[in-house]
Design a protein around this ligand. Structure first.
Ligand SMILES: Nc1ncnc2c1ncn2[C@@H]1O[C@H](COP(=O)(O)OP(=O)(O)OP(=O)(O)O)[C@@H](O)[C@H]1O
Length: 737
């Protein structure tokens, strides 16, 4: 049996995985896949390129497929197809947007617009005085009470239903009258039904609120069921199987103590209702949020590859990203979708307009979660989370999966504590780390020592920050040195490419303008998008490029039509280019976690990679267009500093380098301007872009390497034991005689 199948993965998915040449699960997959298949919430913190995407896509696809299959076979109510003989809320006599936990004692609806109701599995008839408790376990709107089987599930809106709402109104036949007092979160409502005296009353936290309804004669032989209707709320019920928080008034008994001859079992069964066996078309089971279009596309592609052999039933997936017409996405939603993967903006637009329903969502995935929070999407994450029912319509709990190579941030931990349900950390290192397969070095650029910038015939077009400054060779002002850094960075970048014969690499620049300028420089050198033969052939990817151009450029880079992708941090996270050998940081990112993500574009899936960062030894004045900049940078010439209401700042790269080193707990190796990277660490056997000759999984060499250390440890252990025994037993012990 294939390794993936042994973990409980469906043979059809395992077959697809095998076709992708994945013979063994990676460490993170080994841990996370069974956890997700088992229904848990997972925080996945593993290095870049360690296979996190597969670790969540694979089990989610499997569960989604199994659920669709169950629905097709009419097994949605797998929890319980028969009406329970116990006193519970019914799995069948309910609106489809309301979920009931498998124990039947908690109901929830996350529909913010429509009321969703449910009745109990049993009712009482004839005579007797009955009581049950309903507790508001999550804020929202609710009406609770009693209804006959003929009543609408929207309790209190017809003559056969009697409800009391949290706003302090009782209702019957759409007549809403003041009664008692409002109630809300954590309040325990006592619901009384007196069939002898023909009245209904309520209590709040044990305090009697008085008579609410007198039951007319026509109800003399009616069966009354406990009932509730919710709007974006949750209530828990106790029909008497557990001790009541507030025991009923004298003469009343718990519903579950009703005598057999006064009890009626609900006639609404799975086959009658039909409703729970259907799923709204625009209500996917899984929502995956990614920080960029490219990543959303890449993740969905992985789902598509995994589902290759899952043909009956088909799992329908949809990419929901901005910059492309929304019409097609809406049409696809209306045709039915099971897994939606997209970026925050478009996702929010579709949810808010009601085109994308969260009612059937059972997986909420935040990929690159720290990145999403840093981009300012916390409010959106909260609002989506709040709108998803925490219990799905088939009685399962919502599962949340959160992952990134840099998950160890305060914001992520705070979010996990707030939103996730006893999550398991799959954390292979316990801190943000760089994979061993990534060789990363720093080249210092010091225009005071390297004066090559002063007589360059052709050079990169700089960003114009110093256009109005008096910058010229010989004048060692900070402005001149800053301009010199910009010129030298273009040269060092080209030198890195030449020295290492780089035939494929990603080049990260700080701004979109820097990207454009470098692209132009490479094009002047004969590069360009259609010239693979040229050592500087390149394409560019950043937020100002049109979506179709971004897509085409990434594609031509991935397929090897061009050698270089010049980009901003928009491509720092997640982008996976098989066997990519090189990356160059023209400027270090100010966000230290992005350093990990950028250099993590190489050294993936056990391939070796080299990352070279160019770091200016002197401050560089750069653009920084914040919210205050009316054009957000376009055509902006305000070179004053941000502290003077301008759009520039002095960028202190040595400080950023120190921050990154501190964060990672390493000193990043420095190399000279000849860019010769010491090979000793890798025995000189490294070919960047390829697997190491004797990659770690060679068990035999591993044992040989460890043997001396283990022997030494065993000797130390022996000596420690002897010392202990001597102390404990003195000279009586054989060793001491
Ligand atoms: N079990 C496996 N066997 C072989 N290759 C794998 C396996 N799992 C994943 N891969 C490959 O490893 C590469 C990296 O995987 P993936 O993109 O999921 O990494 P990641 O952990 O999400 O990285 P990042 O943090 O950068 O997003 C991909 O090319 C993927 O196809």
């Amino acid at each position: 049996m294939a390794a993936f199948e042994e973990m409980g993965v469906l043979p059809e998915i395992a077959k697809a995985v095998e076709e992708m040449d994945w013979t063994l699960p990676t460490d993170v997959q080994n841990e996370a896949i069974p956890l997700i298949l088992g229904g848990g919430d997972v925080l996945m913190a593993a290095e870049t390129g360690s296979g996190k995407t597969g670790a969540f896509c694979l089990p989610i696809l499997q569960i989604v497929w199994e659920t669709i299959k169950d629905i097709q076979q009419g097994k949605t109510a797998k929890v319980n197809r028969e009406v329970s003989p116990l006193w519970l809320m019914s799995f069948f006599d309910r609106d489809v947007g309301l979920a009931v936990t498998p124990d039947g004692l908690r109901c929830q609806s996350r529909d913010p617009k429509a009321w969703q109701g449910v009745r109990g599995t049993k009712g009482v008839v004839g005579k007797g005085k009955y009581y049950y408790e309903a507790t508001v376990s999550d804020e929202g709107l609710c009406r609770v009470g009693w209804s006959t089987p003929q009543a609408a599930l929207d309790l209190g809106t017809c003559k056969n239903g009697f409800g009391f709402g949290g706003t302090g109104k009782k209702s019957n036949c759409k007549q809403f009258d003041d009664y008692g007092e409002p109630f809300g979160l954590r309040d325990i409502m006592g619901c009384y039904l007196d069939l002898d005296g023909m009245e209904i009353r309520y209590s709040k936290n044990g305090v009697d609120l008085g008579k609410a309804f007198t039951l007319r004669n026509e109800f003399r032989n009616a069966t009354f069921y406990p009932a509730v209707v919710l709007k974006n709320a949750e209530m828990s019920f106790n029909f008497g199987a557990s001790p009541f928080q507030h025991p009923p008034k004298a003469g009343f008994v718990a519903l579950c103590e009703a005598s057999k001859d006064c009890t009626v079992i609900s006639g609404v069964k799975a086959s009658d209702s039909g409703k729970p066996n259907t799923i709204q078309k625009n209500a996917p089971q899984a929502i995956i949020i990614e920080p960029s279009r490219e990543l959303a596309e890449q993740t969905l592609k992985q789902v598509t590859l995994f589902r290759k052999f899952l043909d009956n039933p088909l799992v329908r997936d949809l990419l929901v990203v901005g910059g492309v017409p929304v019409k097609e996405q809406i049409a696809a939603l209306n045709n039915g979708v099971d897994i939606v993967c997209g970026t925050p903006g478009r996702m929010e637009e579709l949810i808010n307009s009601g085109q994308l329903s969260l009612q059937a969502c059972k997986f909420f995935v935040l990929d690159e979660a720290d990145g999403l929070l840093k981009q300012g999407h916390e409010r959106l994450v909260n609002s989506i989370y709040n709108s998803i029912p925490k219990i799905t319509s088939d009685g399962k709990r919502l599962q949340m999966v959160v992952c990134s190579a840099t998950l160890h941030s305060f914001e992520v931990k705070r979010m996990a504590e707030r939103l996730m349900h006893f999550p398991t950390w799959v954390d292979l290192k316990g801190e943000d780390a760089v994979p061993e397969t990534v060789h990363h070095v720093v080249v210092t650029i010091d225009p005071r020592n390297d004066t090559a910038w002063s007589n360059l015939k052709r050079h990169v077009h700089t960003d114009g920050v110093h256009m109005k400054d008096n910058v010229r060779p010989g004048n060692n002002t900070p402005e001149t040195l800053s301009e010199a850094v910009k010129l030298l960075k273009g040269e060092y970048c080209v030198r890195a490419i030449d020295i290492h014969n780089m035939d494929q690499g990603i080049i990260f620049c700080r701004t979109k303008l820097d990207c454009d300028n470098l692209e132009q420089y490479f094009n002047q050198k004969g590069g360009g998008p259609k010239n693979r033969g040229n050592p500087y052939s390149c394409v560019c990817l950043h937020g100002d490029r049109k979506p179709h151009e971004r897509k085409a450029n990434l594609e031509s880079f991935k397929t090897g039509d061009v050698r270089f992708l010049i980009c901003t941090d928009v491509a720092a996270r997640g982008i996976d280019v098989g066997g990519l050998p090189f990356i160059i940081n023209v400027t270090l990112p100010d966000e230290k976690s992005n350093y990990v993500h950028r250099i993590g574009r190489v050294g993936r899936a056990e391939r070796m990679g080299l990352a070279i960062s160019l770091v200016a030894a002197v401050p560089e004045k750069v653009w920084y267009h914040g919210e205050w900049c009316p054009t957000r940078g376009r055509g902006c010439y305000n070179t004053r500093l941000t502290t003077e209401r301008g759009c520039c700042m002095w960028y202190n790269e040595p400080q950023y380098l120190a921050d990154i080193e501190e964060h990672l707990g390493v000193t990043i190796q420095q190399v000279d301007k000849d860019m010769k990277v010491p090979v000793d660490e890798f025995d000189g056997k490294v070919v960047y872009g390829e697997k190491r000759a004797s990659a770690g999984s060679n068990y035999q060499t591993h044992v040989e390497q460890l043997a001396p250390a283990v022997q030494e440890l065993s000797e130390l252990e022996r000596q420690t034991q002897i010392i202990y025994l001597k102390r404990q037993y003195g000279k009586d012990y054989p060793w001491n005689r």
